[in-house]
Design a protein around this ligand. Structure first.
Ligand code: 0A1
Ligand code: ZN
Length: 849
């Protein structure tokens, strides 16, 4: 039973735990329906706390017995944990509990996935395994004994003993309980080794279900590259004798950084040319790096409490994006990151779920693993680096690792390190952590007597619970171009600290063309009236790849807005400029492919809303279709040339060069298909020998409405591969006509391969519905109803995934009153569901407002 009235937890109420934990011994006697967990925990009064309360978290546990210093005790139990009287001196607490992994569909704590035992303890899952102070500031060393007849039994740290029916592990590094992990099952490994720069020999393993061993090689290479990169760039070495990764099919998130035993959603680690796209490979490389980098930023230095989540996540996302930039193309990575940031984080910051990068309250922490904490958190690190410079940044990081190794730290600790290392006052910068909302940066300019002046004004709209916003420090990277395209002023960082501020450049002979916010130097919305000719000029001449892309993106967006709002025809300036860009062989093909992308339906809806219009999802869809068709006409000569030029004739490799060529060729295939009805795409489908080519071709066929045969063939070919079948579900929904999207979901959820118990499959299906805006927001409201039906069904089984997927409704206030009424009815229906989880109740209540 859940609490009747879920409690809000506040950052301001933080107090340390009254006891320290010297060591923990756990014994697991595995059994699917009745696993027994025996714990032996050495506690000691915390001398820094006077008012000590002995409370151990524990949920859904059957307590068999408990002892203190060997004597039986009868603790008071609630549905949240246990209390009892304890000595005012060091003591040993022991207990035996019984849990039911087979019945655990929430995938939190110890659960079963395809007959294999695995755990997920972040954020508060350890309390579903045994009684413990399940909070990140309680750190201890763990020894774990696993008893069972599984052929592989793993836990954190180093293996210390094993034998018939048991295995023992010892983790020498103190850690909070959320980093605990256990895996046991019929697994096979892909082994390798790594020698750290100081000579430590590390055994590496990727553990998978039999049959998946052929899909581990890429992940292993990514792991070794990450280990080397962290030594080279941050001076961080691995600190155990073994590093294990396990692939699990049923997992709520991407992966988890448990000390020495990372657990991955199989979609985030398993890869092969035949079954994974280039985008899948890049994502896998990034997630492996992300989890590995957590070993220092998250594990060796952890968070004092969950309000500090961005301390580990923002920094680790920043580090993994640096890694990807180094391994692949830095401009392409930056552009892709900004596209994702705007799609997810700006959307969040603009709606009812807006919260600071460091929130100051929550009901359910699982609802705060958000784009704001992760992606905006990473943007803050990037801004800090821009403000202090590269050298000072790495000096500050060295000090952070030196000063806080072994600590559970806070954002204050982090900023103090930067202040101490660089001498810079970061009081104003802290605002970025504490205030929600995306600043609007308006710009005007003037030119007089050889002096060019940029006038900026920053305003952050109010967000829920935060009406007043303070001016922030904003690093604005600016370059100036002359009329012939030469760079007359190189990139320089302007530091804006006031609400309104002007910056001048003198000694110029003619009025320059400004390139503002290069590299997207701050997560803000730039508002500047810019002529089409200037955007086209920047797309052709800007030396900053991000702003070059941004110019094309803005040109497309403005043209689309005019089409939706004023019924305008596709913009000729855009069609000309994009062709010139696409045929420029000096440009990286991957960049060109990105620049051929168009703003998403959701971006356009928000842009229209910001301009004071109620967005009509169907009109947006129609405008995008019209523009795509016009572009296909305008590029009818160029597209086949590009398609031929960028065919890859070597053996498949997921590297950036090949992937870029395929991305451009497949963008060209999209254009071709609009004119040839799919014959070229069918040829590609029939001859494809890798998933990137096969999926691109099938997408084109679906778009051309000639995909039925391929849809059936694809299923027949891949029905044995669950990750590929996720794609099969997803693409059919993404490519359905708006009118048909909800029906396609209804049909596919009746398919024998649909299961709501697997989060990947559920997301591939229902997530695809909310990802296709015109279909989801179809005026009949069927999209809203189907999603709500399934969220209501999933909630009792898996509250975490249910709650996350409620964010599909977060933009509801921007739509017309008819759609708002339809959505509100669904939100009310979800909220009225008996026994709705704390997770979903919090999300829906916040969205509903
Ligand atoms: N710390 C992981 C993400 C993660 C968070 C929560 C989870 O369960 C609620 C699982 C994974 C990361 O950043 O990769
Ligand atoms: Zn992370």
């Amino acid at each position: 039973m859940r609490d009747a009235a879920p409690q809000t937890i506040y950052l301001k109420d933080y107090t340390p735990f009254g006891y320290l934990v010297d060591n923990v011994h756990l014994t697991f006697a595995l059994s699917p329906g009745a696993t027994r967990v025996t714990s032996r925990i050495a506690f000691r009064p915390n001398p820094k706390v006077t008012d000590r309360v002995f409370f151990l978290h524990g949920e859904d546990l059957k307590l068999h017995w408990a002892k203190i210093d060997g004597a039986d005790v009868s603790p008071q139990l609630t549905d949240r944990g246990l209390t009892c009287t304890v000595p005012d001196a060091p003591f040993i607490f022991e207990a035996e509990v019984e849990i039911d992994p087979a019945a655990n569909t929430a995938l939190e704590g110890l659960y079963m996935s395809n007959g294999m035992y695995c755990t997920q303890c972040e954020a508060e899952g350890f309390r579903k395994i045994t009684y413990y102070p399940d909070r990140p500031d309680v750190m201890s060393v763990f020894t774990v004994r696993i008893e069972g007849d599984e052929n592989v039994m793993l836990s954190n740290g180093n293996p210390v003993a094993d034998g018939d029916g048991f295995a023992e592990w010892q983790d020498p590094w103190p850690k909070p309980a959320y980093l605990f992990a256990l895996v046991a099952g019929d697994l096979v490994n892909h082994p390798d080794r790594f020698t750290t720069r100081s000579g430590r020999e590390v055994e590496l393993n990727i553990w998978v279900r039999p049959g998946d061993e052929g899909k581990c090689a890429f992940g292993m290479e990514a792991l070794k590259k990450s280990m080397k990169w962290d030594e080279d760039v941050y001076g961080r070495e691995y600190d155990l004798d073994i590093f294990n990764i396990v692939a699990v099919d049923d997992f709520n998130m991407g992966a988890m950084e448990n000390k020495g035993l990372n657990i991955f959603n199989s979609s985030a680690v398993l890869a092969s040319a035949e079954t994974s796209t280039d985008a899948n490979f890049e994502r896998i490389e990034a997630i492996i790096a992300h989890e590995y980098f957590h070993n220092w930023t998250g594990n060796r230095i952890t968070c004092r409490d969950w309000f500090q989540l961005c301390l580990k996540e923002g920094l680790t996302v920043y580090r993994d994006s640096q890694f990807t930039s180094d391994m692949r193309s830095a401009p392409v990575k930056r552009i892709s990151d900004v596209i994702a940031l705007r799609a997810r984080q700006f959307r969040e910051d603009n709606g009812p779920l807006a919260h600071p990068v460091r929130p100051d309250s929550f009901v359910e922490i699982n609802n705060f693993y958000t784009a704001t904490v992760y992606e905006k958190g990473a943007e803050l690190i990037g801004m800090l680096k821009t403000l202090v410079g590269d050298e000072a940044y790495y000096k500050a990081l060295d000090l952070y690792f030196e000063r806080h190794d072994g600590d559970a730290a806070t954002i204050e600790d982090w900023l103090n390190v930067f202040q101490d290392a660089t001498g810079r006052d970061l009081t104003q910068f802290k605002c970025w952590y504490e205030e929600a909302g995306t600043p609007r940066l308006t710009v005007s300019d003037d030119f007089k007597d050889g002096t060019y002046t940029l006038n900026f004004e920053q305003k952050t709209p109010p967000t829920p619970g935060q009406d007043v916003k303070n001016p922030r420090v904003i690093p604005i990277t600016v370059g100036l171009l002359g009329p012939n395209g030469d760079e007359v002023r190189e990139s320089t960082v302007l530091e804006m600290t006031e609400g309104k501020q002007s910056f001048s450049f003198d000694g110029l002979s003619t009025r320059p063309i400004p390139s503002i916010l290069r590299g997207f130097s701050a997560p803000v919305i730039l508002e500047r009236k810019t002529a089409n000719t200037e955007r086209a000029f920047l797309l052709a001449h800007d030396t900053d790849p991000f702003n070059k892309w941004e110019a094309g993106n803005a040109l497309a967006r403005d043209g689309l807005i005019a089409m939706v709002r004023d019924g305008a025809a596709p913009d000729g300036a855009y069609l000309d400029a994009v062709q010139t860009m696409a045929r420029d062989d000096d440009l990286d093909p991957a960049f060109r492919a990105l620049a051929l992308g168009l703003p998403s339906q959701d971006d356009l809806a928000q842009a229209l809303f910001d301009l004071g219009h109620t967005p009509d999802p169907q009109a947006i869809w129609d405008a995008l279709e019209t523009l795509r068709q016009a572009r296909a006409q305008a590029m009818q000569d160029l597209a086949p040339r590009l398609y031929a030029q960028f065919q890859v004739n070597e053996a498949y490799s997921p590297d950036a060069r090949q992937a870029g060529a395929r991305a451009l060729a497949n963008a060209a295939l999209g254009l071709i298909t609009r004119l040839d009805g799919g014959s070229q795409a069918q040829k590609q489908y029939d001859t494809a020998d890798n998933m990137t080519q096969q999926l691109a071709a099938w997408s084109c066929l679906l778009q051309a409405k000639t995909g039925d045969a391929a849809t059936q063939a694809f299923y027949r070919q891949w029905q044995h591969d669950r990750l590929v079948i996720d794609k099969w579900f997803m693409l059919q929904i993404l490519h359905a006509e708006p009118e048909e999207a909800a029906n396609t979901v209804k049909k596919l959820t009746k398919h024998t391969d649909f299961t709501m118990k697997n989060p990947n499959r559920f997301r591939a299906t229902l997530g695809a519905l909310s990802g296709s805006a015109a279909g989801f927001h179809h005026a009949r409201g069927e999209g809203y109803k189907v999603l709500a039906d399934w969220l209501i069904k999933l909630d009792p089984l898996n509250p975490q995934t249910t709650a996350r997927m409620c964010s599909a409704f977060e933009t509801w206030k921007r739509y017309d009153s008819g759609r708002q009424a339809l959505i509100k009815a669904q939100l009310d229906r979800i909220l009225a569901t008996p026994n709705l989880s704390r997770d979903t109740t919090e999300m829906v209540s916040r969205i509903r407002g």
